[in-house]
Design a protein around this ligand. Structure first.
Ligand SMILES: Cc1cc2nc3c(=O)[nH]c(=O)nc-3n(C[C@H](O)[C@H](O)[C@H](O)COP(=O)(O)O)c2cc1C
Length: 252
């Protein structure tokens, strides 16, 4: 089975209903992990990939729940709109198309990265780009620490590669997991190079920018980061990966 793209594919992969409670998701994940773990299947060449798919399915279900619960509570409490109105507006906002980017950062020489689609140019002179980042993301903390980031536009054929970077570097960000879990090296095994400021750029990306963060502006549940573009380049030809072809909805 391929990497799940959304909650319903993740639920189908784990064999639970899409609205299963957290403990059912976790129990089912543990049962499957017990069966499919590479240590138990040393002769199966795809055991590692299978385990990664299960991890992504579990995290998609748990993380999505945590995020959407917070968003629904916030929007209902602050907008004065009914749940039905909120849901209608969310579906309208899902129609807004976005590019899918790999956002690279580093902390003390240790590179990491995440997937972001809230990325846009906001000035010609100087060239400035805006990224909107979750307050508790590891990537934001890294940018606040050393002001450096890279932004790489992913290609249509990078869907599986992009899936590796959906999960947070710090597993404690996902409900049901603790800080006792190790920080995840999301770039392990990935093919990348680093900019002068040490931020990773995936070789598979179509284009890259090297940026220096200049302003941090709190905006609701995200921090807006305005960055000056220092350098950039093309790496290969191809169609960009967009929210239209991933089916991932980071909007609404
Ligand atoms: C399609 C898609 C787009 C996303 N866009 C953003 C974004 O623009 N800003 C953001 O903060 N998180 C975004 N995320 C969520 C991050 O990728 C996710 O929270 C990630 O775990 C953060 O990793 P980190 O904590 O290691 O930095 C997006 C997720 C998906 C699936």
């Amino acid at each position: 089975m391929p990497i799940p793209r959304d909650r319903s594919e993740a639920a189908a992969m784990l064999g639970v209903p899409p609205d299963a409670p957290d403990d059912q998701i976790t129990d089912r994940y543990r049962t499957l992990a017990h069966i499919f773990h590479p240590d138990r299947n040393p002769d199966a060449p795809d055991a590692g990939a299978r385990m990664q798919e299960l991890n992504i399915a579990r995290d998609l279900l748990l993380q999505h729940r945590a995020e959407s619960a917070v968003i629904t509570l916030d929007t209902e409490a602050t907008s004065g709109l009914s749940r039905t109105d909120n849901q209608r507006i969310a579906t309208v906002m899902h129609e807004m198309p976005y590019g899918v980017y790999f956002l690279g950062t580093q902390r003390q020489g240790d590179p990491s990265g995440m997937i972001a689609d809230w990325v846009l140019q906001v000035s010609f002179k100087p060239r400035l780009v805006l990224t909107a980042m979750e307050h508790d993301s590891y990537s934001l903390a890294s940018i606040q620490e050393n002001r450096a980031l890279s932004i790489a536009l992913l290609a249509e054929d990078c869907f599986e590669l992009a899936s590796r970077f959906l999960q947070p570097r710090d597993p404690a960000k996902i409900r049901g997991r603790s800080r006792a879990d190790q920080l995840r090296d999301k770039l392990a095994g990935a093919d990348y190079w680093t900019t002068e400021s040490g931020c990773p750029v995936l070789h598979e990306a179509l284009t890259w920018l090297s940026c220096q963060a200049e302003q941090f502006i709190p905006a609701g549940d995200h921090m807006l980061v305005v960055s000056r573009v220092l350098d950039g380049g093309h790496q290969r030809q191809g169609e960009p990966l967009t929210s239209r072809n991933t089916g991932w909805n980071y909007s609404g």
